[in-house]
Design a protein around this ligand. Sequence first.
Ligand code: PEP
Length: 250
Amino acid sequence: AQQRRTLIAGNWKMNGSLSANSALLGELSGASIASACEVLVCVPFVYIPQCEVFLAKTQIAFGAQDVSPHQSGAYTGEISPAMLADFSCKYAIVGHSERRAYHHESNELVAQKALQSLRSNIYPIVCVGETLEQREAGKTNEVVVAQLQAVMDVLDEGALARIVVAYEPVWAIGTGKTATPEMAQDVHAVLRKTLAVRSDFAAEKVRILYGGSMKPENAKELLAMPDIDGGLIGGASLKAVDFLSIVAAA
Ligand code: PEP
């Protein structure tokens, strides 16, 4: 919306294989993307070099789905932001609800991942969102503001302006249930106001994506809302036709 460039980001999650990815990346890179929006795929770490090859001469960017909060050292199994940058990776999702839930990631850990990513010029896509229980208890705003605030606490104004936020209600992820455009807009507006308390510049700059069962049928109305600046797309990013029709709706 407004002067922010729309971002349509796919999150493949733990899906794909060299051969399946070749087909998908081939279809994506062969498509003529008429829309002015930025297109991104976030893939499992091991497929980042494949993206670097396949997407080199295209306008499609690629990113990781997580990143270490450290730059190097004795952190077995971790991948640092500098390593991602070595492969022309531009973005990393941090704090996805699946990582918060299954890997017990705290708001503070997510904030460190965002901070360290920016130090290597990787843009963090900071995911926030409430569970169904939290929504029903009327705690949605409180939860998402605390999640965003932890990241704001470790970034200066310039760094804050370079993050992307993704509002992903946990009850809408992979369930087929989507927030209505009005429900999503309400939370996006709260998030932007939270950014503005710290910096009007960052609040104007930061793109806030919606995620949670976004698909070709509902993308247009969600993306029409003033504070929804793009989408983070799980399931529908695995099929080129679906992903491209969301891009076309943007
Ligand atoms: C996600 O995992 O970020 C997501 C939004 O998934 P889905 O689109 O499948 O709900």
